[in-house]
Design a protein around this ligand. Sequence first.
Ligand code: HEM
Length: 103
Amino acid sequence: ALFVLPKSRNKGKAKEASSNAKSVTFRSYTKEEISAHNTRTDCWVIIKDKVYDVTSYVEEHPGGDAILNNAGGDSTEGFFGPQHGFRVFEIIEDFCIGELKHS
Ligand code: HEM
């Protein structure tokens, strides 16, 4: 007998769609608050006083684990390094969750 297994084609797509469609509440975060998100499974960075949750991008990053250089801290200097072309400055905005609170 020949069994045809159903293909679960949209599994990956559904995941992608839901992660892109997440609703984000923008707010201000203190440095202390941001610094708690400093691992590869929970990675926030500050770039020019804005806060980005790049967790979902850690495994995608063409520059590898270098994205974790300043996990939970300020990545501005490294982010504007010569390795990043202009496109990167647009992509990063998809990950913005708010701004740095100045205390
Ligand atoms: C062609 C695509 C990319 C390449 C080749 C690349 C490469 C690199 C490399 C080599 C570094 C290390 C820089 C250093 O150690 O000084 C780096 C750092 C970093 N990249 Fe990328 N990257 C790419 C795209 C992106 C994108 C799209 C994002 C954001 C969504 C991103 C976010 C970061 C961050 C946050 C750092 C850490 C900066 C720091 O804290 O020092 N990269 N990247």
